[in-house]
Design a protein around this ligand. Structure first.
Ligand SMILES: [Zn+2]
Length: 306
């Protein structure tokens, strides 16, 4: 099964990358290419919805940051040599393993401002009865809460919240970190619960979101979003286009001007787009490649057993 093999090769490669990053996070943070890192503590997830722009590091602060302690080469070697080697059985379960160590609360931090963790009781209360609706077949334990930073349409750094399946949490923190470094603009990254779980309303607000226990629009089939295995990016500029009865239908309706993909406009996802490339290289499929319908905002990943 070549797909699965590639998947695990990728996980191993990601684990190596994470290890290096985990050992030298401060070196990474002092990289001059980072557009806007928050100085000091970041707002707690509970306050994220209200968070506005975060402060930008001055050159002097960036220089000071580089003086923070970094692991010596000897320390790094010792840490590496003590890591367990995955057996074949372990590898089969690897998709659910975080590639960075979790802290005692289960939080896995990829970079400052980019982490994921099991759903807190507070988060469960926020989503239950909305995106986590009645009859939801996905256990809370399979979901992860992500805190990320992103650059909004005004060039400001914002805190975003995402809920996804644990199987793609590591992929998403890596992807959103890369998008952030590149200054890739996202208008809004809020839980769909803030839109009452209404996917159309979320799309109309050009909101990037992932988990929502719902059926595919116009069908009775569960969407990959129902499992937290699909994410929609800048949906207003990258609509869901179907042709019921041969007539084009664009969702959300306000996105009609962006259904013609031969046009060039900002925030358009196509194969040349960084967002597309980051998802594709991690094994996600893109709705823009579907034949009978087009979902230009949509990336999803199949679990190894699918
Ligand atoms: Zn979608």
């Amino acid at each position: 099964m070549p797909h699965n093999r590639n998947f695990f090769f990728h996980r191993k490669a990601a684990a190596g990358a994470c290890l290096l990053l985990c050992l030298t996070p401060l070196l990474s943070l002092s990289a001059p290419s980072i557009p806007a890192l928050a100085a000091g503590g970041l707002p707690a997830p509970a306050a994220a919805g209200a968070a506005s722009s975060l402060p930008v590091l001055s050159a002097a602060e960036a220089a000071a940051a580089s003086s923070l302690p970094v692991l010596s080469a000897a320390d790094a070697a010792a840490s590496v040599s003590s890591l367990p080697v995955l057996s074949a059985a372990d590898a089969a379960a690897a998709s659910s393993l975080p590639v960075c160590e979790a802290d005692p609360d289960g939080r896995v931090t990829w970079q400052e401002g980019f982490f994921y963790e099991p759903l807190s009781e507070e988060v469960k209360a926020r989503i239950t009865g909305i995106s986590y609706g009645e009859g939801c077949i996905v256990p809370y334990e399979d979901l992860r809460y992500l805190n990320i930073l992103y650059v909004d349409f005004h060039g400001e750094t914002q805190v975003g919240e995402i809920i996804c399946n644990q199987a793609i949490a590591q992929d998403l923190v890596e992807i959103f970190y890369e998008l952030y470094l590149a200054g890739y603009p996202l208008e809004s990254v809020r839980l769909v619960d803030e839109f009452g779980g209404d996917d159309t309303l979320s799309m109309e607000h050009n909101n990037t979101s992932c988990f929502n226990f719902r059926v595919v629009d116009g069908t009775s089939n569960l969407s990959k979003h129902a499992y937290g295995l699909a994410i929609d990016i800048n949906p207003l500029y990258n609509p869901y286009v179907t042709w019921p009865g041969g007539k084009q239908r664009v969702s959300p309706a306000a996105a009609a001007p962006f259904a013609d993909r031969s046009l060039d406009f900002p925030n358009k996802i196509d194969e040349d787009d960084l967002c597309y490339q980051l998802f594709a290289e991690r094994g996600f499929t893109w709705g823009g490649h579907w034949r009978t319908m087009k979902d230009y905002q949509h990336f999803q990943k199949a679990l190894p057993e699918d």
